[in-house]
Every structure is written in structure tokens, then in C-alpha cells.
Design a protein around this ligand. Structure first.
Ligand code: EPU
Length: 290
């Protein structure tokens, strides 16, 4: 295992927070992921698995322990018939590549996630969603292989994940996804592409793109859009230092570059207070806060 020390991982985080990982390792296979977990157990280190780094806000200047960049990229078709296909997809597999493969092959099930950054591991951990119509990333999962807290491999069925809005059990257990096995329906490439394009265009029209952010920052509250509430609290475009609320979609916090952690912390605080004052709602972060 090649472990780097004191590595600046800002480049791996879409919000570009400036943060140093005490120890850093890039895992390129399932064996690498298992070895990393064992290393953390043997050396009593915290371990953090980094997927696409797109749903994280690191408020610390330093992450102690081992940060593992998940670059385990593999997709295998296991079974299929004229109606559906069963496949194993590794946790480090990029969502963009998964959608591209789905469109090429006429596999339906993931197309509404077109435009979602990140990896399969992150999308399962978060149970990433699309709201038009409501579809969750976990919907098509049938079973999966995990690394448990003792570093052992474990096979679990879909119900184990307790998938819900922005929720999977992995957020509690901190088990590490190795591969998910999904069943997708076969459909015409044109139909799949049409749905993918609809989601992509909607995202491009209503959300900021190609800019340092971590996606929607807060969870919606009982079906009420956090973005709508932040907007109506008058915060679109509001900034603290180099962090600001997107003028396009108010649930996106943007880093203009070199944003300071204290400024991000203050901006989060102001957003929560203003929304509480106006709507009586306490926003909860959707991104993982470290
Ligand atoms: N709206 C505003 N101002 C804003 C943002 C939204 O008035 O600044 C209004 C819109 O005009 C619309 C309503 O609020 O009438 C809902 O907005 P939108 O369709 O953008 O949906 P959302 O509830 O704000 C959710 C997800 C997004 C996902 C979209 C589309 C959450 C927290 N957000 O946003 O997910 O892309 O639906 O499916 O659930 C993410 O997970 O990172 C994310 C961005």
C-alpha cells in the first residue's frame, strides 16, 4: 500500500475546501479497499472513504486518520434476458460513466441521475434522488457486498439499507460498499436518452454548473424545498468571504476560490437563522459535514 502523508485533498472535493489528510491512499480494487480497512483497524485509525467528493463540506482544516480515494471502477453483467439485465457495479464507478453505459446498452433505471456528480458508493450511501418523478438511486439495487466494521466482507439484501429520502443505513454503520448488484429494465435507447436529457436539462436550467459547490447543501423539509425557503429569506447571492449562495438555486453554496472555513461556517449559520426566522424551519445539512 502506498500511503501518502499530509496530502492536500482540496482537488478531490467539488466544494474545493482546503484540507489536509493526515494519511491518504488511492484504492483501485476491492482488495485495496479491504486492505485499507484492515490497515485502519490494525493501526487504530479513523478511515474515511472519498467517492466523487461531491456531497461533502469539510469544515476542518485537517482530517486525522486515513482518507481513501475510491477509484475502484468495474462493471460486470451477471445475468439477463430480453426484459432485464443484472449487473454488479463497483463503489468507485462514476455516475456519469454509468449513465453513458446505460444509454449505450439500452438499460433503464439510472437515467434520471444524468448530471449527478459522484460515484455509485456515494449515491448508495446518500440514496441520491431525482424528484421528477421521485426516483432513488437505491431503487434498482437487489443486493450488495460490504466491508463491515471488523474488515470482513458481508453480503446484504436491499432491505438492509433502509433506503429513504437522503438516507441509507451506511450513514450509521459506516460500512464500506464494495459492489452493488442492480437489476435494470431493457428499453429503447431513444426513450432512455430522452429521460436522461430531461433530467440533465432541468439540472442545467435550475442549478449552477461547472463551479465549486457540493450540490444541494440542505435537506428539503417535509417536502418543502430548502432552496425555495433560502431564496425567499432573501439570501440568493449573499456571501461571507469567498463563499456565497448561488443566485441560480439558493440551496447551492459556491466557493469562489480559496474560501476560508470560518466563512463557510458563518454562512451556514446565517442561512439556518434566516430560514428559521422566516419559516420556523430548522434546516438540516444534506451534505456530509466533516
Ligand atoms: N425554488 C426557488 N428558488 C430557488 C430554488 C428553488 O424558488 O433558489 C423553487 C423552484 O422554482 C421550484 C421549487 O422551489 O418551484 C423546487 O425546486 P427544484 O425543482 O429545484 O427542487 P428542489 O426541491 O429545490 C430537489 C433536490 C435536488 C434535485 C432536484 C430535482 C433536495 C434537497 N434537492 O431540489 O437534489 O436535483 O430536486 O430533482 O432534495 C442534490 O441532491 O444535491 C440536489 C440538488
Amino acid at each position: 500500500m502506498i500511503i501518502q502523508k499530509n496530502k492536500n485533498i482540496s482537488h478531490y472535493l467539488t466544494l474545493r475546501n482546503n484540507v489536509i489528510a493526515e494519511l491518504f491512499f488511492e484504492a483501485k480494487s476491492r482488495e485495496d479497499l479491504i486492505a485499507a480497512k484492515k490497515y485502519s483497524l490494525d493501526n487504530r485509525l479513523d478511515i474515511f472513504i472519498l467517492g466523487g467528493g461531491s456531497n461533502l463540506a469539510v469544515l476542518k482544516s485537517r482530517m486525522d486518520g486515513l482518507v481513501v480515494k475510491n477509484s475502484y471502477v468495474d462493471l460486470k453483467v451477471i445475468d439477463g434476458n430480453e426484459k432485464e439485465v443484472k449487473m454488479s457495479v463497483s463503489s468507485g464507478f462514476p455516475i456519469s460513466l454509468l449513465i453513458a453505459r446505460s444509454i449505450q446498452n439500452g438499460w433503464s433505471g439510472f437515467e434520471y441521475h444524468q448530471g449527478l456528480p459522484g460515484t455509485v458508493g456515494g449515491a448508495v450511501y446518500m440514496n441520491s434522488k431525482w424528484t421528477k418523478p421521485l426516483t432513488y438511486f437505491g431503487d434498482n439495487l437487489v443486493y450488495a457486498f460490504l466491508i463491515d466494521s471488523k474488515g470482513r466482507e458481508k453480503k446484504v439484501g436491499k432491505s438492509y439499507f433502509e433506503f429513504d429520502y437522503d438516507h441509507s443505513i451506511l450513514q450509521k454503520t459506516k460500512e464500506i460498499l464494495l459492489e452493488g448488484v442492480f437489476i435494470l429494465k431493457k428499453d429503447s435507447k431513444e426513450e432512455i436518452m430522452k429521460r436522461a436529457k430531461f433530467a440533465f436539462d432541468y439540472r442545467r436550467k435550475t442549478q449552477p454548473y461547472g463551479i465549486a459547490s457540493s450540490g444541494c447543501f440542505f435537506k428539503n423539509y417535509q417536502g418543502r424545498s430548502a432552496g425555495y425557503m433560502i431564496d425567499k429569506a432573501g439570501l440568493k447571492g449573499f456571501s461571507v468571504g469567498n463563499y456565497f449562495v448561488s443566485p441560480i438555486h439558493a440551496n447551492f453554496i459556491i466557493n469562489k476560490g480559496e474560501g476560508k472555513r470560518e466563512d463557510l461556517i458563518e454562512l451556514i449559520h446565517i442561512i439556518k437563522n434566516k430560514v428559521r426566522d422566516k419559516f420556523g424551519v430548522t434546516l438540516e445539512e444534506e451534505v456530509i459535514i466533516i
